[in-house]
Write a protein that binds this ligand. Structure first.
Ligand code: ATP
Length: 385
């Protein structure tokens, strides 16, 4: 973990600006934009890494930015913290334009994935570093460091412990406490948990979410892990090829993706494309009674995908009905902890993923014929050629 020195702090010798007052719960606060990005563009020679990106982040929000490798996540963060200059566009922090403000003068802070604590110094000294460079006196520094140990859930006696003697997870917490000591307007995280083992990562995901609630700060968090984004954030921004494909709360993006790319990025999904040349609306593999399609408002002109998440699809018992159905053969079964997953091959060869709770596990033989079905109120249409 590493920190870009927020700068305001180097200039201001004003002492500890954090009041120590308990944070106001987010639900009670009036949100207002803290960050506005307008038509931000970054090119490297001929290559466009960011293409006219627009984004508004509310004060106190936890925004996760996810996207495949090379989609521009790190480039965006580097522009926001001032480590890279934009080719064009604007970055606003509240009512101040900051895209031409150098990194060391931006009131933001970045927590990198690699650790960059002073190994031979104590935890307390590490946390106090930002306060020391601001000229805060020793007693105040110590008081704030002890407060921050509490905030990141480390025992007070860690104040005197060498940071080298802390475990990986503890060091992440010390680095977080140090980032909070900077008292930044926004904390940026670039995959801070990716190097940690699974159990620790899961624990810190929840702790970071709690920390966000407790501090009321704005967090902008890059991750490859969709699950991490879903657990922690208020909104998720999905990046693709240097732009945002969709931004919204996790449930919305999961249930109502705007494109096939987002649908597939957000987890396992079944997608049935419209069939060309049919008299009324029809999809590959699945049958929908035309009267049901009409009643549900499916337009005959619609072109694109009918999407059903695995948990919306059922294995139908004899005589059981559903809005959309298809015959198939069970190919495999997987136990996913409390849930069961089945792969069912349909006539075209397409494999549907069906997820059931473990109590609804079915007994089957290889090659067993089955019928899958789902209702249209649990499905979603994606308009796409
Ligand atoms: P990852 O998840 O792998 O870290 P990312 O989404 O963070 O990827 P970026 O690091 O922002 O992606 O890179 C976006 C694109 O810009 C990539 O194709 C990358 O090769 C290119 N790029 C980034 N920095 C430079 C640079 N300094 N010079 C040339 N190309 C660059």
């Amino acid at each position: 973990m590493n920190l870009v020195t927020p700068a305001r702090l180097l200039d201001e010798k004003a002492g500890v600006s954090h009041s120590g007052a308990p944070p106001v719960p987010r639900a009670m606060t009036q949100t207002q934009p803290i960050l506005r990005i307008v038509d931000l563009k970054k090119t490297f020679d001929e290559f466009t890494a960011l293409d006219s990106v627009n984004l508004t982040v509310d004060d106190g929000e936890f925004l996760a930015i996810v996207g495949p490798s090379g989609s521009g996540k790190t480039t965006l963060i580097r522009l926001l913290v001032g480590m890279e200059e934009p080719t064009s566009g604007e970055i606003w922090l509240k009512d101040r334009r900051i895209d031409d403000v150098p990194a060391n003068r931006r009131p933001t802070c970045m927590v990198f994935q690699s650790l960059a604590l002073f190994p031979h110094r104590s935890v307390g000294e590490n946390i106090e570093f930002p306060l020391k460079i601001r000229g805060v006196d020793a007693a105040q520094r110590r008081a704030r460091a002890l407060e921050l140990l509490d905030v990141v859930r480390l025992p007070q006696h860690y104040y005197d412990k060498r940071s080298q003697q802390c475990s990986g997870g503890e060091r992440q917490r010390v680095a977080l406490a140090r980032a909070l000591a900077f008292d930044p307007e926004i904390l940026f995280f670039d995959e801070p948990l990716s190097a940690l083992d699974f159990r620790l990562r899961k624990m810190l995901e929840k702790e970071l979410k709690d920390l966000h609630q407790r501090t009321g700060k704005t967090f902008i968090y890059i991750t490859h892990s969709l699950e991490e984004a879903m657990v922690m954030s208020d909104r998720i921004a999905i990046m693709k090829s240097g732009g945002f494909e969709q931004i919204g709360p996790a449930e919305e993006i999961y249930a109502k993706p705007k494109s096939r790319f987002v649908a597939e990025f957000m987890g396992e999904v079944n997608l049935f494309h419209t069939r060309d040349g049919a008299a009324s609306i029809a999809f590959e593999d699945v049958s929908i009674d035309p009267a049901v399609a009409k009643a549900r408002g499916l337009s005959p002109e619609f072109k694109g995908y009918l999407m059903a998440r695995p948990e919306s699809v059922r294995l139908l018992a004899a005589g059981e009905v559903a809005d959309a159905t298809a015959d198939g053969v069970i190919e495999s079964e997987y136990l996913l902890g409390s849930r069961m997953q089945y792969l069912v091959r349909l006539a075209s060869g397409y494999k549907v993923t069906v997820e059931l709770s473990r109590e609804n596990r079915v007994s089957w033989e290889p090659g067993a014929r089955t019928r899958i079905g789902f209702d249209l109120d649990r499905a979603h249409l994606i308009q796409e050629a």
